[in-house]
Design a protein around this ligand. Structure first.
Ligand SMILES: [Mg+2]
Length: 316
């Protein structure tokens, strides 16, 4: 049987083969951003892209496409509890692209970058020779909020930590391509509020881009724990139930783990974004145990990365 491509397998391969990166690399592949030490100063860097047909549909307002390419990266900055510094962008355009469309795409990138204090300082453009979708990639540079607050990694979670999310989940990307994924506000302010109110009690954090089930799985692996999600506690967007909340993706909310003794503010930042406790971390009972457990009607079931439940037999 031919091998089936899985994105997570390739990411694991990249992570596993990233050895001997040098003493200035503090956090390599596998977190929301990489963390570098530049002669005593911490710098964070990452890249994220939007592709037509994957992250937006053909016909989407180009300024919103440009915005999303930037805000996805800003969301990763928030996930590290960092502050944006600058960005660069690379774009591959369809051969028949309308010049006005291309300019509005650039406007969307530039304006959004300025809005989040990450000015667009360079980049590259290319054009497909034949058919090919619009691809826009943004590289973000960031720095810690302050010298006393180091970046928050997804690997810092500990057994007995409580797991929380900001905002509400599900239904971000509608079938016609519209929705919250185009105009969401990255949780920069909320992340800063968390760092200043919780300090070292904030153990791990990441943003939710691929769906809670999948992203919780990644946090559980990075933190060497099992995560239990109480699906009845999930904050769901209108028209969504827990299944959409765990599987839809494109929420760009923060998922964070705090020490059990920590009191998390009910709202965060200037927008007074709500927080909700959705579960906890516990030790892996054995190496083959599921990484994510869903608690449904008082029954613990193994949850796969697509948010589907499986036999309780293997749950613990
Ligand atoms: Mg991320």
């Amino acid at each position: 049987m031919p091998e089936v491509f899985r994105e997570d397998d390739l990411l694991a391969y990249i992570r596993d083969t990233a050895r001997a990166l040098g003493p200035h690399v503090k956090t390599g592949p596998g977190d929301d951003l990489a963390v570098l030490d530049l002669q005593g100063r911490t710098m964070l860097v990452g890249v994220d892209q939007v592709v037509e047909g994957v992250h937006f549909v053909k016909g989407t307002d180009p300024e919103l496409v440009g915005r999303k390419a930037v805000t996805r990266n800003i969301s990763d900055v928030a996930a590290m509890a960092a502050r944006p510094v600058a960005c660069v962008a690379a774009c591959t355009l369809p051969a028949d692209v309308d010049p006005g469309y291309a300019r509005r795409l650039v406007d969307g990138v530039r304006r959004t970058a300025i809005q989040f204090n990450a000015p667009l300082v360079g980049g590259d453009t290319g054009i497909h020779r034949g058919h090919g979708p619009l691809m826009l990639s943004v590289t973000i540079l960031a720095e810690p909020i302050s010298p006393v607050h180091p970046p928050v990694l997804r690997s810092g979670g500990k057994a007995d930590d409580r797991l929380h999310v900001t905002g509400s989940l599900g239904g971000s990307l509608r079938p016609d391509g519209s929705g919250h994924h185009l105009d969401f506000e990255p949780r920069l302010d909320e992340a800063e509020a968390l760092v200043s109110s919780l300090g070292a009690g904030l153990h791990a954090m990441m943003d939710l881009s691929d769906g809670l089930a999948q992203d919780a799985w990644r946090m559980a692996v990075a933190s060497h724990v099992q995560i239990v999600i109480d699906v009845a506690a999930l904050p769901c967007n209108a028209g969504c139930g827990w299944h959409e909340a765990v599987s839809d993706g494109e929420d760009y909310e923060l998922l964070f783990a705090v020490a059990a003794s920590t009191t998390v503010p009910k709202t965060l930042g200037r927008q007074r974004t709500k927080t909700t406790q959705i579960g906890l971390m516990r030790p892996m009972p054995n190496p083959d145990a599921p990484r994510v457990i869903g608690l449904l009607d008082d029954v613990e079931l193994a949850m796969d990365r697509f948010g589907r439940f499986h036999e309780a037999r293997s749950a613990r």
